[in-house]
Structure formats: structure tokens, C-alpha cells
Design a binder for this molecule. Structure first.
Ligand code: NI
Length: 180
């Protein structure tokens, strides 16, 4: 396994729309293994392939592990599609591995249904709520070239991007657990 380099906002490559995976083979599984390792290493709970400059519709997530890295339950989503969004909205303070040390409230549907292929290419459907619902919506956004700051007001978004530019040279990640 290998650790991959994470793209930082406002890198234009984060705006690319990812392509559908045609076949879940060893190369796709290798990408998922590397993404997962990268995500754990940086204390993230979710990572989209777009963030590591791989423009295929692949997401890895784990919302189970604690701050010591115990209780890992990796989740794999290939070609994830949100087929239903609940009417009720929920606000979470979101963070992102591509926007280190930035956290802000984002409003999204509180529940959603996602269809995807798993690590072995098998189709599944998952009903999501709570953090899981927020996280998968955040990751699917990445595959469509959208970062969470795009959901904020223009003023807030510009402020975030300016702040990121200033600390571009610092490579540390926040130790908060909610990095998606
Ligand atoms: Ni993110």
C-alpha cells in the first residue's frame, strides 16, 4: 500500500468531474487500499478519489474508528449514486482533507439512499442518516467537482480560500476527526 498526495483547495483538479468505473478489478482495489491508508494516516473519515488526483468515481469512508484508530470499519463505494434525499435538513460542522483546519456548518438532507458497488464489485443499496448521510453526500460532491465550501455564502467561501492560500506551505492536518 502507498500513501497518496492529497490535492488542496483551490487546486483546479478538484473541480474535475470523475468518470464512472467500468470494471472493478485489481487496479481499482489497489486504488481503494491506497486511498484508505491515506485517509487513516491523515485522520479522515472519508476520501474521494478526486482528492488524490484520480478522476474515477471511487469513495472510501470509515465513520467508526475512534481517536486511537480502534474499531475500524472501512466502507467502499464505487460509482456511488444518491438515489433519494430526505426532505428534512441537518447541519453538521464539516471539515475536509483538501481544506485543512477549516470547519464550517453545512446544511444537507438529513437522510439519503445511496446505490454503489462494493470492494468486490457487488451492487448494494444503503439507507443513510446522521454523519453517514452527511459524509457520503460530501464525498459524492467531490466526485462532481464540488467542495463543501461551495455550499457556503460567497463571502465565507472567499474567506476560506484566502486563509488556505496563506497557510499553503504548512502541511499539518487538524487532529479533529471530522475530515471528510
Ligand atoms: Ni472532503
Amino acid at each position: 500500500m502507498a500513501t497518496l498526495k492529497i490535492l488542496m483547495a483551490a487546486d483546479e483538479r478538484l473541480k474535475k468531474v470523475a468518470q464512472k468505473v467500468e470494471k472493478v478489478d485489481l487496479s481499482v482495489q489497489k486504488i481503494m487500499d491506497d486511498m484508505l491508508e491515506t485517509m487513516y494516516k491523515t485522520n479522515g473519515i472519508g476520501l474521494a478519489a478526486t482528492q488524490v488526483n484520480i478522476h474515477q468515481r471511487i469513495v472510501v469512508m470509515d465513520i467508526s474508528f475512534d481517536e486511537n484508530g480502534n474499531g475500524k470499519k472501512p466502507m467502499y463505494f464505487i460509482n456511488p449514486e444518491i438515489t433519494k434525499r430526505g426532505k428534512e435538513l441537518n447541519v453538521y460542522q464539516e471539515g475536509c482533507l483538501s481544506l485543512p483546519n477549516i470547519f464550517d456548518d453545512v446544511e444537507r438532507p438529513a437522510t439519503c439512499t445511496v446505490k454503489a458497488l462494493d470492494y468486490n464489485g457487488k451492487a448494494f443499496t444503503l439507507e443513510c442518516d446522521g454523519l453517514l448521510a452527511t459524509c457520503i453526500q460530501h464525498e459524492v460532491d467531490h466526485l462532481d467537482g464540488i467542495i463543501f465550501a461551495d455550499h457556503l455564502s460567497r463571502l465565507k467561501r472567499n474567506r476560506i480560500l484566502t486563509k488556505l492560500q496563506k497557510c499553503k506551505k504548512r502541511k499539518e492536518y487538524s487532529q479533529e476527526i471530522f475530515n471528510y
